[in-house]
Design a protein around this ligand. Sequence first.
Ligand SMILES: *Cc1c(COP(=O)(O)O)cnc(C)c1O
Length: 373
Amino acid sequence: MAKEACSIGSTRLTIDLGAIRDNYRLIARQVAPAACAAVVKADAYGLGAARVVPALYDAGCRLFFVAQLGEALSLASVIGPDARLLILNGLDRGSEALCAAHGFVPVLNSVGQVNRWRAQAARNGAPLPAALQVDSGMSRLGLDADAVAALAADPAFARDISLRLIMTHLACADEPGNAANDAQRARFGVARALFPGVPASIANSGGAFLAADFHCDVARAGIALYGAPPSALAIGLRPVAALSARVIQIRTITAGTGVGYGLDYVASEPRRIATIGIGYADGWPRHLGGKGAAWHNGRRLPILGRVSMDSLTVDISDLADDAPAEGDFVELLGPSQSLDDVAGDAGTIAYEILTQLGQRHQRLYVDGAQQCA
Ligand SMILES: *Cc1c(COP(=O)(O)O)cnc(C)c1O
């Protein structure tokens, strides 16, 4: 009970940095001898990049991908001097001098970005580091085959740009049997051959668990670090995030009584119900209304009616003696309910559940059983 007394807020998000390090080592072994980079965009998928990045650095990671310059700026003082920050969304117009001054490595995604980075190199009077993205079939970011060939044929390109990585991104890495993966690898192979000696990268988490010819020199792992298996081939990852929320009220309702906004749920018989202090403002999807569940000691507590902003209501009728009491915490993510379970109920993917969790939870960083400062 003394432990409960120092707990603030009605939700608790526990993040296991030891599990993140173990997942990193597992993926690194999977792709060896290729190096494993960590994708820490979107605040390390919502789990807190300022804590996650040092843990990954401890595990040996030296390449970190973010999506935006602002994310790189906030991590510049967190990584060691021998580590590199690469920016996936590329080079924003007007940010060239700042990006160069910090030694960030932009992933150049278009001819316009390449030209603006070369112009910055000319102003600096020294080559600038860059990664080059090739669009091998996803039609999202990257240069097409002709533009890549033109750069490779331009001797001045290598004088302006110190090319650190040539990369592409798979559209279907989470579907190991999909023929699009091999087609993208083959198209990327052509582009890659134009830059001999430059390290190459295809694989995200899903790609890391595909055949070795997808691993190249560098894999870019995101979701697998955070404990969600990218495909059925990814075995042995440890869960990283656990989430629980407090029961804030318990009541018994009679047959015919409605629950929550719109009275979407109406009891057909007497029910014992509990209102839990988590809602869509905590990133708990509103789509879970009438579909999802919380858990208590391995027992499923179905969500009744709509999810509110700060609370939701679950059915505890079947628990009798084992029912949670007001003030008790019930499980939202943990041994009984994985990210993929929740994502499946909400009609989305683990990535979206994680990145939406937000800042209102009481966060607890642990290392295995050990609580961190
Ligand atoms: C987000 C991202 C990744 C990481 O993807 P996961 O599926 O989370 O491993 C890798 N590469 C690129 C280009 C990305 O945008």
